[in-house]
Structures are given as C-alpha cells and as structure tokens.
Write a protein that binds this ligand. Structure first.
Ligand SMILES: *Cc1c(COP(=O)(O)O)cnc(C)c1O
Length: 735
C-alpha cells in the first residue's frame, strides 16, 4: 500500500458537525487500512487506542488485529463511528505521523550507518515476534528478532529481514481439568495479516526454488512492513510443491529433523535467492542463531557464479561480511544433521560449489576428519563468520568455553566469540501510562535516543506518589486481565460454576505480586518457589505481609517434565493454602507477557546458572518499574548493582544440580523474607513504600537504556555491521 499523501487528503472538517465532509468514507477507510498495514502501529499507543476505540470488545476478541477489525466495517459504518468518537483528526494525525516516519532519515542514521546505506544488512531469523496478531514466533528468540528489526527501523539502520511464514505458527496452550498441557494448532487467517506478495523490479511475484536430491522445493514470498524494515517471509504452501512440502512451513519447530533441515534450506538458501530476486546486494549477512547458516553457502555460490571467484576466495569474502549470533548455552540445543540428510538437501548446491561431500561436512564439524560427526549449524555459523557473538557477557564466557574446540590453538579467552548483550524495544514494552508519565519528565529526544543514559536521568526526580499510582493502575489492569482469562479458562475446561465465580475475584491488588512468565524448560525451575512448601504456604498466608504469584509459560510438546512443572503450579488451585495465591495463565504469548511485565511488582527468574543465555523479559519489566528478583545469570549477572533489584544466590553453582537447587531455593526464600517483602510493605503515612519506589527508579535509570534494543542495534551496527560491510577487520570488543 502506498504511503504517499492521497489526492483526497483535504483540510480537516470541524468534528462537531457529526458528519465528516471533505473526505469520502472510502478515503477514510483507506487511511485506516494503510495504518493497519504497517506494523509501525503496534508500537504507537495512540494508534492502538484508536483501533481499540472503534470496537473495544471485538478488538479483544480478534486478538488485537486491526485488519480483521476493519474488515468488519464498511467505509460508511466506519465514517459514522469516526464521527461519533470524533476520531477524524486522530486518524489523520496518525496517518501523517506514519508517513513522516517512513519518509525521514534519522539523525542517528545520518551519523552512523555509512556504507550500509547502499549495502543493507540482511537479517535472518527462523522466527519473528513482532506482535501477538502475527503468530510466527514461539518465544524469546522470536521476540528478540522482532525487537531487533523494530529498533533498526527506529534508528534508521538499513536492514531487510528474512524468515519463514508459518500458517499455523506455534501451538496454542490449554490445560485440561488435571492441569495437563494440551497443544492445539490453528490455521492463521492469512487474509487478515498485513502481508503482500514480494515482487521483483518488473512487478512480478517472486518465487524461489531449492533443488534437492529428492526433488525441488518451491517457495513464494510474502512481505510485511515493520516500520521502515521490510520482512520477507518464505512460504512453501504453493501448487508447484509436492503435497508434503506444501506443509513444510506450516509449523514453527514442527516435524522431525528432516523437516527441520528442509525448513532451514528454504529460509537460508531460499532467503539469499529472494534478496537476489529483489535486486538487493547486502553488505552484511546477520544470522540470528545457527538455523540460517546455510545462507552462507548460497552466498558463496552466487559470488562464484557472478564474480568467477574460486570457492576459497568466495568463502573468505562471505565470511568477512557475515555476523553470527549464537543463543544456546547447552550443546544439545544446536541443530545437527547426519551425512544422509546433508547430501540429500545440499548435494546439488555442493556440486555447484565444486567441493566434495567430506569438504562440505567438514564445514559443520569440530573434528573435520571424524566421518561420524554430524553437521552442526552452529559450527558452520562460527566457521563462516568473522564476527560471532554471544548475547550477554556471561554467555560469552560460556560460549568461548563451549566452542574452544574449534580454535584449539588459542587460549580460551581468545576464542573469537564476543558478546553483544540483548535489549528490548522500549515503545513495544512500556505501558502507555508509564510512557505518558515519562514524557512529562524526560527530554523530547528520549524515545529516539533511548540508548543514551543521560536521557533517562530525570527519572530520579519523578514524584514517588505519581510513579506508584501509575504502577498500581497497571497492576489493577493485570488483575482484571487475569480474572477475565482465568474464568474463561475454567469455563472452557468445564469447571463447576463456583470455580468460575471464584476466578472472577482472584488475587488482591494490595498484595505483593510476583510474576514468572517463561518457557517451562526444567532448567528454568518454575517450581523452585515450592522447594520449601510449608515455608511458601506461610509466606502466602502471612496476615500482614502476604505474597501472591502469577505464572505463565508453555512447555515444549515433547517435554513431559516441563509439563509436570506446569501441572504442579496449576493444580495449586486445589490447595486452599494456595488457591488464591498462585494463578496460572494459559497460552503465554506477547500479549500475556506484556500484561504481566507491566503489572507485577516483582519479576522472578531462577534458572540453573549459567543456562540462561540472556533472557529479555526482565528487561521489559524494568521499563514498567517492576523489580527483578533473579539468579545472577544471563543479563542480570551484568545488570545487578545492589540497588536496582534483587539477586538470588552469589553467582556460583555446585556440580550436583540437586545441591545447587537447594542452595538457590534457600537464598530465594531468604531474599524474599529479608529483603523483598519487608521493603515492599514498609510504607510511610501516605501508604507509599519510599525505599521500594527508590529502587524502582534506580532500576529504570540504570537499566532501561543499557538493555534497550536501540542500544543493542547501535552496538551491532558499530562493532559488527560496519566492519563487516566495509571489509575492515575488527576484533570484537569483549567487555
Ligand atoms: C520476551 C518474551 C520471551 C523471552 O523472555 P525470557 O526472559 O527470555 O524468558 C518469551 N516469550 C514471550 C512471549 C516474550 O514476550
């Protein structure tokens, strides 16, 4: 959809006439559709509120999807509704703001992007979590990709993103009456997503194909606009394919290892072919996780073909321009493929590269001579990139240790894997109520320059009562959300009427509220708070200073121990000591996460160290004034300074997991009893917990800028993208 000003764009009619003159209903409708068609709207509260106000109930029922909502209106009905609500000016302003945003080069870009202007970054990821209405993500990795491209858009970093389009996405989670996780896959209503076919310079729809030993896989390409960043999504659901392959991209992380390698050749190899078809010559390939490392092989093939280079020369050039980010601190978490799968899927490409099978396999092996070693995508990523990075400082240490085997001649600390700590996209995660409060205190440049600590300093001067009131308003919204959700969950499960009624009054806004929302992988130890059951019962039921917990998260469909954790937590509702103190919200997604991190007092994270690569939900909590209570792992190991949250443990672990768990639980209870609870309930004569609020401000002012995605993308640009695109060599800064 064109974003240029329409010919119908006439001066604003006075709103109180009840009728809008000067613009046709169709033109008004088109403006709203234009707004809905670029995900720019999803981080602009005034536009979200505009859509919501058209029909708040349908907005919620339609999963916050503005296209689906607008499709329920005729242009005439929309005009009537806009007149009733006096929306015309707001629609017009939003539309202008978006066009202005799309058409302006940022100050940051003018100073910082250099050669990327003509040779953009191509950012590859297997999932993108941009908004809950676009279900092509499962969790942290996807949300990180979404935040990365939003901040690239905000800063003006020239970047195109490549991924897969899954028409069933990831599963929806429900619990049955026994608290056991059920997985359901739903077809996405594709026509309600802001997608358009990607076209080449001649306006022809792009399709790409990837030849394998057992047939050719075809993919069409959909385009989604995320602010200034185009996101290209490959989709194998086209007629040219065998029936099985039409479903290849239907589910995120679905199927077996063969499905996985087929998805990965589509996104990696297919993705590089899409860029070519679009006429884009990237200056940088950024591989977000190893999944897309096959992209480098296709990039080499193109160089050999176009420039007549040898394999070695082309490989060296491609590695020079490749940035590889690894996210997984456990060896089992890395994709590995055997000889047969590699030959079946890479054989034809390998022949074009002029290398034999063992040469190809050696690119994915630690021990290149070991014919039994499978092909590891992370190894390929490390070998085919000059710039590899982990996602937090401690994760850098872990990654250098884990991949030291690839550089046996270097001392471990010289292993060329640096780190760039993750960050979150501030406007996507900060509640608009907090945003409004901050706007009154922070400089106008604040939202553009959220990576700059000076911009956030005035936080310390915000009136304590005002901050506390805003936080409590958000806490009330969370509790209302939970009551709505949980009573719906109970109805769906067929629970008795009194159970449903009780759900409508769950939780108490006066009580210290602790949130835990994350994947239910066992190393994240969701049940650590129950490690000392009676002690927890006592804390929950303290007459003066009780605590309550809100849990959410999905377990991988094959992870029964993870599902048992969910069951344990969910079934606490049958224990009178916990029934009104522990709630489990089903189907954790961006929407549930947003409500939780905006409304809780404390965000709890207690993984087994050092298995959390970074974690990002705690950063989202920071933006809204929640305090982190976390193991010193991932980002928290470098964020905690003694006054901006709470630490569990002392940053050590025992070789025996059981002992570690016990020690960490002991520390968790201690911190709760001695620090968190007393601080929260220590209120002055106005009911304000002054020291708590001070800690909230410390948290925001010391952490929000550092763990913002703007800071992260700025770091990638200056320390990785520019050197990669410029052909300079660069030793990544290991802070
Ligand atoms: C932010 C987010 C995550 C990642 O949070 P972690 O702290 O890494 O667990 C996962 N899922 C959703 C839906 C999110 O919004």
């Amino acid at each position: 959809m064109s974003l240029t000003t329409e010919p119908h764009d006439k001066p604003i009619a006075p709103a109180n006439t009840g009728k809008i003159s000067g613009i046709s209903p169709q033109a008004l409708y088109n403006k709203c559709m234009a707004l809905a068609s670029n995900l720019w709207w999803s981080w602009h509260p005034e536009v979200i509120n505009l859509f919501r106000s058209l029909d708040p109930i349908r907005w919620r029922q339609l999963g916050h999807n503005p296209i689906a909502l607008l499709r329920e209106f005729t242009p005439e009905r929309l005009e009537v509704r806009a007149a009733e609500l006096v929306l015309y000016t707001r629609i017009d302003q939003a539309y202008r703001r978006m066009n202005e945003y799309m058409g302006t080069r940022t100050r940051w870009a003018t100073r910082n992007v250099g050669v990327l202007g003509s040779r953009p970054v191509a950012y590859f990821s297997l999932e993108f979590g941009v908004h809950e209405s676009v279900p092509i993500y499962s969790g942290g990795l996807g949300v990180l990709s979404g935040d990365h491209i939003k901040s690239a858009s905000g800063l003006g970093v020239p970047l195109v993103a490549i991924g897969l389009f899954y028409n069933q996405g990831y599963f929806k989670q429900h619990l049955n009456i026994n608290g056991w996780q059920q997985e359901e896959y739903l077809d996405t209503m594709v026509e309600y997503l802001p997608l358009e076919p990607a076209v080449d310079a001649n306006g022809n729809k792009i399709t790409v194909s990837i030849e394998t030993r057992t047939g050719t896989i075809y993919a069409k390409v959909r385009k989604m606009n995320v602010g200034r960043v185009p996101l290209y999504l490959l989709d194998t659901d086209i007629e040219e394919n065998q029936p099985d392959d039409r479903e290849l991209t239907s589910r995120l992380y679905g199927g077996n290892n063969r499905t996985r390698i087929r998805q990965e050749i589509v996104s990696g190899i297919g993705g590089v072919r899409v860029l070519k078809a679009l006429g884009i010559a990237p200056g940088v390939y950024h591989l977000n996780e190893g999944h897309n490392a096959f992209a480098t092989l296709e990039a080499i093939r193109q160089k050999m073909h176009d420039d007549g280079q040898s394999f070695q020369a082309a490989a060296s050039d491609v590695a020079q321009m490749t940035v590889f980010t690894t996210h997984t601190p456990v060896p089992a978490g890395h994709d590995r493929f055997d000889n047969g799968l590699i030959e079946e899927h890479l054989g034809p490409l390998r022949e074009e590269l002029g290398i034999d099978h063992s040469h190809l396999m050696s690119l994915g092996r630690v021990d290149t001579a070991n014919v039994d070693e499978p092909f590891c995508m992370t190894v390929l990523g490390c070998k085919m990139s000059r710039f590899a990075n982990a996602v937090a400082s401690l994760h850098g240490v872990v990654s250098r240790k884990m991949w030291h085997c690839l550089w046996p001649n270097l001392p471990e600390e010289k292993v060329p894997i640096g780190h760039i700590t993750n960050g979150v996209h501030v406007p996507s995660w900060m509640a608009w109520q907090i945003n409004t409060l901050f706007e009154r205190h922070l400089p106008p440049s604040w939202s553009q320059e959220s990576y700059d600590p000076r911009e956030w300093e005035p936080i310390l001067g915000i009136d304590a009562g005002e901050l506390w009131e805003t936080h409590n308003a958000l806490k009330n919204l969370l509790i209302a959300f939970i009551r709505r959700r949980v009573s719906r969950q109970c109805r769906r499960r067929g629970e008795a009427d009194d159970v449903i009624d009780r759900a409508r009054t769950l939780l108490d806004p006066q009580i210290l509220t602790i949130g835990f929302g994350r994947r239910f992988a066992t190393y994240k130890r969701a049940t650590l708070v129950l490690n000392q059951f009676d002690r927890m019962a006592k804390l929950c039921n303290d007459p003066d200073r009780p605590v309550q917990f809100v849990f959410a998260g999905k377990a991988h469909p094959a992870d029964n121990p993870g599902k048992e954790f969910i069951q344990t937590i969910a079934n606490l509702r049958n224990d009178p000591r916990f029934a009104n103190r522990f709630v489990f919200i089903e189907d954790y997604d961006i929407n549930v996460c947003r409500h939780m991190i905006q409304g809780v007092d404390v965000w709890l994270n207690n993984p087994r160290r050092p298995l959390e690569a970074s974690g990002t939900s705690g950063m989202k909590a920071v933006l809204n004034g929640a305090l982190n209570l976390s193991i010193l792992d991932g980002w928290w190991a470098e964020a905690y300074d003694g006054s901006n949250g709470f630490a569990i443990g002392d940053g050590t672990s025992h070789v025996d997991d059981k002992i570690t768990d016990q020690r960490d639980a002991e520390s968790l209870f201690d911190v709760l009893e001695k620090e968190v609870i007393p601080l929260y309930y220590d209120t002055d004569e106005h009911g304000l917990p002054g020291n708590w609020i001070r800690r909230m401000k410390n948290s925001i002012s010391t952490l929000a800028w550092r763990f913002s995605a703007h800071r992260m993308v700025a770091d990638y640009t200056t320390t990785a993208y520019l050197p990669a695109a410029g052909g300079m060599s660069c030793v990544m800064d290991k802070k």
